[in-house]
Design a binder for this molecule. Structure first.
Ligand SMILES: [Zn+2]
Ligand SMILES: [Zn+2]
Length: 371
């Protein structure tokens, strides 16, 4: 057998396609076509989860959609548990019982733990596809930008795809060469008597190719640390501590792996006048004692700079809040809280006026407290 059977142990292709193990070839093809249509990258642009599933579905159909391969696949999966190599209900149940001294090596290779160590000369061992790292950066925003949202650029210095070799790892003008040990398949066969199993090639680490002339910039790693600008759309209404995820803008994937994500942690600067409450803005407005008592038409500022008129009704108590609909930036209302100012220094004229007000106000507001 020449197929990469490591995958066969790990993956239930019937489950991937959502068919029964005894499904007919026709049923398998039908299930595959339906999933392939749904998950096709053209139908799901930018959706890497769909893309991964599309690949998994294609890989599954590649095996169980082919009579010959399906027979071999079924046999490998059947023989695993019954050949005395594995304990439990089979490989998918996890927890292997190893019955041979050299099987540890074999399994190490099967699950990618085996050490290569056979590379020689200037050749470097490539490894299998690795997902890039997730990165986090901070962005300080003006109050107005946080309320209204904006599109901006973040400057950051981080691991990125090597600009010299474009992530390939080979020096410009050279290309990775096909691995001679596995003939480019990435797998090597081990004959264990009752059936043969394959494991990732020890020379190329399962990649199928070798970097013979490593790129000078990245030493063959395909990545480098460099400054870059990343466009980010800040949605209206973000708050301090919120994280915005930029899919695929993190560290570069290696050897065909997906890039990681970039998380932008937002810090919003305070505003000298406005505060926030949910999606609304808050504003404290001082009013005079006569305005509170008699009522008044006043003007208050909005975040955009424009002044809006509002009515303070007669008899407004200190701390009362008024809602100005649609005046709280792009996202909400403006909540205006009136604070009644009590003068602590009075002119003679003011004192006389207050005294005559008192004389004209008989009775005590505390009458109900008297026992
Ligand atoms: Zn490079
Ligand atoms: Zn190889």
């Amino acid at each position: 057998m020449t197929e990469p059977q490591r995958e066969w142990f790990e993956k239930d292709y019937y489950k991937v396609l959502g068919v029964a193990e005894g499904a007919s070839a026709k049923e398998i093809t039908k299930a595959y076509r339906k999933l392939a249509r749904e998950l096709h990258p053209d139908a799901n642009p930018g959706d890497t989860a769909a893309e991964e599933r599309f690949k998994a579905v294609s890989a599954a159909y590649d095996v169980i959609g082919d009579d010959e391969k399906r027979k071999a696949y079924d046999e490998v999966r059947r023989m695993g548990p019954t050949a005395g190599m594995f304990g439990g209900a089979g490989p998918s149940a996890g927890g292997f019982n190893v019955g041979f001294d050299d099987i540890g090596d074999l399994l190490g290779g099967l699950f990618g733990r085996g050490g290569g160590g056979r590379s020689g000369g200037r050749q470097q061992q490539a490894s299998r596809a690795q997902q890039g790292a997730d990165l986090e950066t901070e962005l300080s925003l003006d109050f107005t930008d946080a309320v209204n949202g904006l599109e901006t650029e973040i400057h950051l210095t981080s691991e990125a795809t090597c600009s010299t070799c474009n992530g390939v790892g080979s020096a410009p003008g050279s290309a990775p060469t096909k691995c001679g040990v596995c003939d480019g398949s990435g797998m090597q066969n081990d004959n264990q008597g009752f059936f043969s199993m394959s494991r990732p090639c020890g020379q190329c680490g399962g990649r199928g190719s070798l970097i013979t002339d490593p790129c000078r910039t990245c030493q063959g790693s395909g990545g480098e640390v460099r400054a870059r600008d990343v466009k980010v759309r800040i949605p209206a209404g973000v708050k301090t501590g919120q994280r915005i995820r930029l899919k695929g803008r993190g560290g570069p994937g290696r050897f065909g792996g997906q890039p990681g994500d970039l998380f932008v942690k937002v810090r919003v600067k305070d505003h000298p006048l406005f505060g926030r409450q949910g999606r609304d803005l808050t504003l404290e407005v001082p009013i005079t004692f006569p305005e509170a008592v008699l009522g008044a038409d006043i003007s208050v500022p909005t975040l955009g700079g424009e002044m809006v008129k509002m009515r303070i009704p007669a008899g407004t108590t200190s701390g009362r809040t008024f809602r100005l609909r649609g005046k709280g930036g792009d996202t909400g209302d403006l909540l205006v809280t009136a604070t009644v100012l009590i003068p602590d220094q009075l002119s003679d004229e003011q004192r006389a006026a207050v005294e005559s007000f008192a004389a004209a106000s008989p009775g005590s507001p505390r009458a109900h407290l008297e026992v």
